[in-house]
Design a binder for this molecule. Structure first.
Ligand SMILES: [Zn+2]
Length: 428
């Protein structure tokens, strides 16, 4: 195996600050939603860094961008890493951007050290991971892996009616021309570095999370239909108040989720009461449910129980529930998790095997090739928040581990392919 590349921590730090300035908010975080001018500017900057080093660039139909350092054996599939540059509207400076910069740092460090790898090494910048401007989340990797239809993704619109296709067109106009590449080209392996976005590593004093999988995610839309009425003249006993019924369903559903243990996650993130005037009894409520669990059977049980609640608990209103997103739990390659653990421990870092609570692009890429993730701690587990913070030492540690893992895999022989998983059902 070739010598371990040395990460240039000053360069990683400088790149971090340059990107933190793009879309910076007064609270110290960033607002760099997918395919906005800020997202475009961030990409442009990373592209300029990649070009300066002579790395090859390519871009696919959904706007995923790939930065490639050539291998000795160019015909072989690349060893890949990457993440995303887009953020939530109130996002922090580490979610996604860390994985892109750590990946770029690996390429630059290999270049500095003059290390030749058998396989090419590639960094992917996935489009619209966050899903806050355009639905669904992890759009770029979902389309790339074949889980989401391209045409449907391109039609998705933001709150102003701007489509992904139009926003992509605007972005392309503002960036230097980039050779295109087809969707679905499978890397040899994919390993993504990311902040944990949870409190586990920090609490344990571990530096590297060896991510064994991603919990399953389902999202639903629940509609509760009642009857609008005058707030002053309609006695309580004759009302069909959609808010009252929806509140009951919400409370019971949350209680149900807690019966599936500490691993269950249940969130009602949107609760819309219509017509929304102070003096009208609500005639309609629409709420979303975001449900997560590492165990598919537990997700099935909660879903069935909530469906049952909708049919039994809404009277005199009527409630219905539809699935808008269903992503099964992901199990990462054991070969990759083994390599990550071994490399991290050989470098002297304390590791912790863990399941990711958040969805990541690596989940979809794992349908194409053996995949895994490297987590680093983030302060108090806070993420999707301007307060998001990771320590420099941990960022450098993660980049060093990523470099050694990619280097080892770039020269390794065959790795067993991923097990077939059910295709994602993105229904609405
Ligand atoms: Zn992320």
């Amino acid at each position: 195996m070739a010598a371990l590349p040395l990460i240039n921590s000053e360069r990683l730090r400088e790149h971090h600050f340059c990107l933190a300035a793009i879309g910076a908010t007064a609270r110290g975080g960033i607002d760099r939603q997918a395919l906005t001018d800020a997202d475009t500017e961030a990409r442009g900057l990373v592209v300029s860094w990649a070009k300066r080093r002579g790395f090859a660039l390519s871009c696919d139909a959904i706007g995923n961008l790939f930065i490639r350092r050539a291998g000795v054996s160019e015909g072989e599939a690349a060893v890949a890493t990457g993440s995303h540059l887009d953020s939530q509207p109130g996002g922090g400076n580490f979610d996604g951007v860390y994985g892109v910069l750590a990946g770029l740092e690996v390429l630059e460090s290999l270049e500095d050290a003059g290390v030749a790898t058998r396989r090419p090494v590639e960094v992917a910048i996935w489009t619209n991971e966050e899903g806050s401007r355009f639905s669904p989340t992890t759009m770029g990797s979902g389309v790339y892996s074949g889980a989401y239809p391209l045409a449907r993704a391109l039609e998705s619109t933001d709150g102003q009616g701007v489509s992904v296709a139009a926003a992509l067109g605007r972005m392309r106009q503002r960036l230097p021309p980039c050779p295109s590449r087809p969707l679905g080209v499978a890397p040899h392996v994919y390993v993504e570095a990311h902040i944990e976005q949870g409190p586990v590593l920090e609490a344990m004093g571990a530096t590297i999370g060896v991510v064994t999988g991603i919990q399953g995610l389902r999202q639903y839309r629940v509609n509760v239909i009642g009857r609008e009425a005058h707030a002053g003249t309609t006695p309580l006993r004759v009302r069909s108040d959609a808010f009252v019924a929806a509140r009951r369903i919400a409370a019971e559903a949350e209680a149900l989720a807690t019966t599936e243990g500490d691993e269950a996650r249940f969130t009602i993130g949107r609760f819309e009461v219509l017509p929304g005037t102070p003096n009208t009894v609500p005639g309609k409520v629409t709420m979303t449910i975001d449900l997560r669990h590492p165990d598919e059977a537990a997700l099935d049980r909660i879903e069935t129980a909530v469906q049952h609640l909708c049919s039994t608990c809404a009277a005199p209103c009527v409630a219905s529930m539809e699935t808008t997103l269903a992503a099964p739990p992901v199990h990462f390659s054991e070969t990759i998790t083994h390599v990550v653990k071994e490399v991290a421990e050989s470098l002297g870092f304390r590791t912790k095997a863990m399941i990711s609570g958040a969805t990541h692009d690596a989940g979809f890429v794992s349908r194409l090739c053996p995949a895994g993730m490297i987590f680093i701690p983030c302060r108090a587990g806070v993420s999707h928040n301007a307060e998001e913070h990771a320590e420099w030492a941990d960022m450098f540690a993660g980049a060093r581990v990523l470099a050694s893992v990619l280097l080892r895999l770039a020269d390794a022989n065959e790795i067993s392919p991923p097990e077939q998983t059910a295709p994602a059902k993105e229904l609405k």
